[in-house]
Design a protein around this ligand. Structure first.
Ligand code: KG4
Ligand code: ZN
Length: 359
């Protein structure tokens, strides 16, 4: 029997099993992260090794450095995740890995690592979409959350408003016309001289500032539920340069707070329009997902918007907002239930998108 046949049979047998344990690895960008997850909802271990120190010097992620660092770290991080869960490889039911989107070299290190382990252990392997992983972080923090619900996915590379119709079934309702929200935060942070990654740093600095100190232009988009951040970013950078050229000291906290407010207003305003016009999309609640969902202002503004509209808000706990292996293990569980196992020919897919349903 080939590995693929054996894996399909095992996946079949696991469909009705209680206590399915998945060992998951995430290496799509600058975090080498592994976790063991039970039944898609319970975290048995969650180890995140961040490479931020390695990239900080360059002001962003250097792909080749990231790949090499994943190569060095992934065996150790996987071992640590198993040890922290009190398990050995033989005790897990299946393995999972992020297959995309992300940096191709970084993805390949993880995909190859897990292919080798899955083959050696004779266990099924699941290739996971990183964005679906971010959405699934909500299942770990909110055990009663089930689709359908509305989800605002805001990360370094994506800003999507999607309806999660079922596990693995999405409908795109809005998206960014230009930059992703996280990217806009990172660029604005750079203009203020803050190191990479700028999002969390702007967020911390903004807590001390006045969000109404600077007025930034309201973004214009063609689609009613779409986002735009590049105009905000340019206006912000011009404001900073203007102050610098006049030789005045930068009111950094006020600038950070004003920018953060403008980005979060854009995100929540578009979600508000959508929920008002099509309340059925949020009847099951609204969730936040992705690195930017760690943003304190976004969490507060989304909460008050949802309170105002009578919609229940779900958010991943802060440490599950940014990249981690636990969210990959959660998404993988529902794929395994659908029999979606990968063969040994699985490849990295750097431009992978969420599969959207027709209507
Ligand atoms: O989801 P993520 O960890 O990686 C991607 O899949 O892209 O998101 C990383 C992004 C970065 O742009 C980072 O600056 C931003 O999320 N981010 C934040 C915060 N924490 C992370 N942006 C604003 N406020 C935060 N607290
Ligand atoms: Zn991510």
């Amino acid at each position: 029997m080939t590995y693929e046949e054996a894996s399909r049979r095992q996946a079949e047998a696991l469909r009705d099993k209680k206590g399915v344990r998945i060992l998951a690895l995430e290496t799509s960008c600058d975090e080498t992260a592994a976790a063991v997850i039970e039944d898609g909802r319970k975290i048995l271990s969650n180890i995140v090794f961040s490479q931020i120190d390695l990239h900080e010097l360059y002001g962003g992620v250097v792909p080749e450095i990231a790949s090499r660092a994943h190569m060095e770290a992934c065996d150790r991080v996987v071992d640590e995740a198993l040890r922290a869960a009190g398990m050995e490889l033989a005790d897990v039911d299946a393995l999972a890995v992020t297959k995309g989107p992300g940096l191709v070299g970084a993805l390949l290190t993880g995909v190859n690592c897990m292919k080798g382990l899955a083959f050696a252990a004779g266990k099924p392997l699941i290739g996971v979409n990183h964005i679906e992983g971010h959405v699934s972080a909500n299942y770990l923090t909110n055990p009663d959350l089930e689709p359908p619900f509305l989800c605002l996915v805001v990360s370094g590379g994506h800003s999507h408003l999607v309806e999660v119709r079922d596990y693995g079934v999405y409908r795109l309702l809005g998206q960014t016309a230009d930059d992703a929200a996280g990217e806009a935060f990172d660029k604005a942070a750079r203009a203020l001289g803050l190191p990479y990654p700028g999002g969390p740093r702007i967020d911390a600095l903004a807590e001390e500032g006045d969000p109404e100190a600077f007025r930034l232009p309201e973004p214009k988009t063609a689609g009613r539920y779409d986002y735009s951040f590049s105009g905000l970013k340019t206006a912000f950078i011009n404001t900073v340069h203007g102050i610098e050229q006049r030789g005045e000291p930068l009111p950094r906290a006020d600038l950070a707070a004003s920018f953060r407010r403008a980005v979060c207003r854009e995100l929540t305003d578009k979600a508000r329009i959508l929920i008002r016009e099509r309340p059925e999309t949020a009847a099951g609640g609204m969730a936040l997902a992705g690195g930017v969902s760690a943003n304190r202002e976004l969490r507060r503004m989304a909460q008050s918007m949802c309170d105002e509209l009578g919609v229940r808000l779900y958010m991943p706990e802060i440490k599950l907002c940014t990249d981690n292996g636990a969210m990959i293990g959660s998404a993988a569980y529902y794929q395994l239930r659908r029999g979606e196992t990968a063969g040994l020919n699985m490849n990295a897919e750097p431009a992978l998108r969420l599969v959207m349903s027709e209507q």
